[in-house]
Design a protein around this ligand. Structure first.
Ligand code: ATP
Length: 563
């Protein structure tokens, strides 16, 4: 992964930090410049009070004003650094979450849910701190560079001493930053793994309780903990070592400048005021040592930005702008191949489903039925080949057109929306109550929805549903949406026989004006369909009517065990 891409992401976040980052830069710059003048003003004030410099009484109020100015700049700096970080996080989070959802199903094939949540949550926060860390660290260079110039004006020997010490500090900061970036990457990786395992365990909470394996599960979820600890300790060790090095180098540097200044004072080449100013400039110049804190923050931010960049390189589905051509939902697969991690899930599928036809997709578990359903309505794109709806390749169809034309129902639907009615109308720009009710009737959901305390207006949180009821609402959602192509991916598996028969009747009756692709395990579903596509190991083993295939004992074996 290139650190250039991560740096570009940080630059983009900086550009979206709003005016606050500018305010931070201006206050940091102004405060640093004011701090530069402070030692000189103090030195002049002392010389004036001691009577070694003429007419210096104006220096005292100027010094007081400078101190007030520095304090105000500090306060504004704290405010603007927080606000700019919040703006950067907002922009990054929108970009990352938007991208994750735009890539869709393909994203969850490559990253686990817990890992994605960690990246979009913790890592966004960390990366968003980079712009502020860069600006603040850059502002530390100004007092150091200015101190070198000021010391050169007072005495070149003092300046040479400071430069030598600053080179040592820069070396410490650079080494610290390099090592911290690597340790932070390991830490964030382990964090993501723990989150991924925890989300997996929560999804299987019932299984874990039923198996009584909570204790083992805690151990499994926390398996990456020793690695997390090791990286955490490495980070602390790096901080501590750099802190000690800075704690040694900074006073040594200040003492060295003071010692050289003392010698120059003794030889009469410096005044007392100049020595005081020189000592203050040495402290100011050595302030570069505090860049270690910002370097640490920047290192974590860069490794977090790497992790975000890794997500952003996943290609989202891009849509064309064409409406689907006229037709009844003729679906055509041409040499469609889908792979995951190098393994073919579907190979060379050539298939034509006539418009308005009901096709059952059958096959043993793992034969590729869901994969076929996923490419049929463009939840994912095939790696090779193409899928066409009424003669138009799916990627050329505009998103709104495509999503209106195709409706999906799944085995375990996730019901989104504030109310039950919203969940049925989810995905429609202007949900139509009549359409929602009709779709719910076709899915045998209307009766139980009306029995809820507030019917269709019942909030989802107050409508706990069984697996079969959730499937019926999921079916209703698909029926309400699909204008041309309805894809049911094992979406009736939890329905009782009577309900399944009623929904099937709607599928071959009121919904028969659109093409229907029904992934099924039940022999009755295959028998009711106009055609059956029989998949085996990701290939079409046979295609025909159920009756014509039934003579084949291998075909009959597909349904053994299923009702
Ligand atoms: N994201 C993925 N990454 C890798 N392999 C996958 C992925 N999704 C599915 N597979 C594999 O692809 C094959 C086909 O899976 P698919 O879900 O399409 O089968 P299916 O016929 O629908 O199975 P079932 O009837 O059990 O639902 C399986 O071997 C499965 O392990």
């Amino acid at each position: 992964m290139s650190s250039r891409a991560a740096d570009q992401l940080i630059s983009a976040a900086a550009r979206h930090s709003g005016r606050w980052l500018w305010l931070l830069a201006v206050t940091a710059l102004a405060g640093s410049v004011a701090e530069l003048f402070l030692p000189m003003a103090l030195g002049r004030t002392l010389d004036a009070l001691a009577g070694t410099a003429p007419g210096g009484h104006g220096w005292l109020p100027a010094t007081v004003l400078l101190v007030i100015f520095v304090v105000v700049c500090d306060a504004l700096g704290v405010l603007s650094s927080g606000a700019s970080g919040a703006h950067a996080a907002l922009w990054l989070r929108r970009r990352v979450v938007g991208h994750i959802l735009a890539v869709g199903a393909a994203m969850t094939r490559r990253f686990t849910t817990g890992d994605l949540v960690t990246r979009a949550g913790v890592n966004v926060e960390e990366a968003a701190r980079a712009p502020e860390a860069v600006v603040t660290a850059a502002s530390l260079v100004i007092p150091s560079a200015g101190s070198v110039v000021a010391l050169a004006l007072i005495d070149p020997w003092l300046a040479a001493t400071l430069v030598t010490g600053l080179l040592a500090i820069v070396g410490v900061v650079r080494a610290f930053m390099r090592k911290t970036t690597a340790a932070a990457a390991g830490y964030q990786q382990a964090q993501g793994e723990i989150a991924a395992r925890l989300v997996g365990a929560l999804a299987g909470a019932s299984t874990i309780t039923a198996a009584g394996t909570q204790d083992q599960e805690v151990g499994r979820v926390l398996t990456p903990l020793p690695r997390l600890r090791a990286h955490g300790l490495a980070l602390w060790r790096l901080h501590a070592r750099a802190g000690v090095q800075a704690a040694v180098v900074i006073p040594l540097l200040e003492t060295a400048v003071l010692a050289v200044g003392g010698l120059r004072l003794a030889s009469g080449d410096l005044t007392v005021g100049e020595l005081l100013a020189g000592a203050r400039y040495a402290v100011l110049g050595a302030g570069l040592g505090s860049a270690i804190g910002y370097a640490g923050r920047l290192a974590r931010a860069r490794s977090a930005a790497h992790r975000l960049e890794r997500l952003l390189t996943e290609r989202p589905l891009s849509y064309g702008s064409r409406p689907p051509a006229g037709g009844r939902g003729r679906l055509e697969f041409r040499r469609v191949t889908v792979r995951a991690n190098g393994t073919p899930l579907l190979s060379d599928i050539d298939l034509v489903v006539p418009g308005g036809c009901c096709v059952a997709v059958v096959g043993r578990s793992g034969s590729g039925k869901s994969s076929l359903a996923a490419v049929a309505g463009r939840l994912v794109d095939p790696d090779w080949g193409s899928v066409m709806l009424d003669g138009v390749p799916l990627p050329e169809i505009g998103r709104d057109h495509l999503r209106r034309a195709v409706g999906y129902a799944f085995e375990r639907p996730v019901l989104l929306g504030a109310t039950v009615g919203d969940a049925v109308g989810f995905g429609q720009r202007w949900p139509d109550a009549g359409r929602i009710h009709a779709a719910s009737q076709d899915a045998c959901a209307d009766a139980f929805i009306r029995r809820l305390p507030r019917g269709y207006a019942t909030p989802m949180a107050e409508a706990p549903m069984s697996g079969g009821q959730a499937q019926r609402v999921g079916l209703a959602r698909a029926f309400a949406q699909a204008e041309r192509l309805l894809i049911l991916d094992d979406a009736m598996s939890s329905l009782d026989t009577l309900t399944e028969r009623q929904v099937s009747r709607a599928l071959t009756g009121r919904l028969a004006d659109r093409t229907r692709l029904v992934v099924a395990h039940r022999v009755t579903t295959a028998a009711r369909a106009d055609q059956v596509v029989w998949l085996e190991n990701g290939r079409v083993r046979a295609h025909g009517t159920h009756e014509s295939l039934w003579d084949d004992p291998d075909y009959r074996a597909v349904f053994q065990g299923a009702s």
